[in-house]
Design a protein around this ligand. Structure first.
Ligand code: ALL
Length: 367
């Protein structure tokens, strides 16, 4: 079934224009320059084909809603199955295509309980598009929004408006800023891992392969993302405890091609670097390509965060040392379950849910 036929089945003509069009535009923009650059880097990894295949599998999910969604554009699906919208970040990042696939599977197994609409943005920094997606979901009358915010502060006003419109909002993956939530006078439950602890585990493992006094570099995520900041802190804590020096720490905004460029200049400015700690796997892959281009593959270690399939391959091939598995396929599922709980018991505010995060190394992959 084509994406448009799924959408036609699930939303009214009016909503079809509002909701479907941007997603189809995303599908057409799949070979945009940033993504094309990433693909060039990924060609170095045999698993690249699998990644692209997954992306293509996810495209038909964009905006999909299974079952007889047909809710009125101007109201909630009263007496009907609730409609839950998952709003993610960049679908060019395998982490989110895995998340989408996990959510879709859960919906299929619970098709009698709820309908699901899956959304993503084109690249990591497309904040305004994510804000617009939330607005579109509210306008289409969804009952709940489960969101991985691209920014911990910028999304709060639109989410407050969603709550005011009666939509249940659950925050997954990247925590919204507690202070701004308080200023706005709202509370939104958070479902996600302890990113600092996850990064600390990865950093501690790296430290076992280095010597006291060694120099390393950090590639940070988007600095206004709470989880990015937490991962940087976790890395810093591990390095400090081991007496290892972070000689440079820069943001590559979660992106592979940006990380590739920044890692290349880090290596030429700081040839003493013995390892690069990347706050996500996309950036780790960008760093690996830069290290290879600099002819340093034998003496610079790389660690990341996410446990995407291209990285598992890189760890097995000895191109990368470690990552952290935050179980992306289950993350949205936990958020959806929380949203369904709130919808089933209106007025309740569940405790936040801490989801697992595990160290991934050659040894754990062999198990
Ligand atoms: C974070 C996720 C992932 C991901 C990154 C990129 O919120 O936890 O680590 O790679 O977003 O958007």
């Amino acid at each position: 079934m084509s994406p448009s036929s799924i959408l036609t089945r699930s939303v009214s003509e009016e909503q079809h224009r509002i909701v479907a069009h941007p997603r189809l535009r995303f599908a057409l923009r799949i070979d945009d320059s940033g993504i094309e650059e990433d693909n060039k880097i990924l060609r170095e990894f045999p698993v690249m084909k699998k990644l692209l295949a997954m992306l293509m599998l996810v495209l038909p999910l964009l905006g999909c809603s299974s079952g007889d969604a047909g809710a009125p554009a101007d109201g909630k699906s009263e007496g009907k199955k609730p409609r839950v919208a998952l709003v993610m970040k960049s679908l060019a990042n395998e982490f989110f295509s895995t998340m989408a696939a996990g959510a879709e599977k859960h919906q299929q197994e619970h098709a009698a309980e709820y309908d699901l609409i899956i959304n993503g943005i084109k690249d990591e920094r497309d904040l305004s598009r994510q804000v617009a997606l939330v607005e579109e979901m509210v306008a289409s009358g969804v009952d709940a929004i489960v969101i991985a915010p691209a920014d911990s502060k910028a999304l709060i006003p639109v989410l407050r408006r969603a709550q005011k419109a009666g939509v249940v909002v659950v925050n997954i993956d990247n925590r919204l800023d507690a202070e701004v939530l308080q200023q706005e006078g709202i509370s939104i439950p958070f479902v996600g891992p302890d990113n600092k602890a996850g990064a600390k585990k990865v950093g501690d493992y790296l430290a076992t392969k280095l010597n006291e006094g060694d120099a390393v570099a950090v590639l940070e995520g988007i600095r206004t993302s709470f989880n990015g900041a937490q991962r940087r802190e976790g890395f810093e804590m591990a390095m400090q405890e081991a007496g290892i020096k972070i000689v440079t720490s820069q943001s590559a905004e979660w992106e592979m091609s940006r990380a590739n460029t920044i890692a290349a200049s880090m290596l030429s400015e700081h040839p003493e670097i013995k390892a690069i700690l990347a706050a996500n796997d996309s950036m780790a892959l960008g760093a690996i390509a830069a290290i290879r281009a600099a002819g340093r593959s034998d003496d610079v270690l790389v660690v990341g965060f996410d446990n995407i399939s291209a990285v598992q391959e890189a760890i097995r091939d000895g191109k990368m040392l470690a990552s952290a598995d935050q179980h992306g396929d289950q993350l949205a599922v936990y958020g959806i379950e929380t949203a369904l709980k709130i919808l089933g018991n209106p007025g309740t505010m569940p405790e936040e849910v801490e989801t697992p995060v595990d160290l991934v190394t050659l040894e754990t992959l062999a198990k």
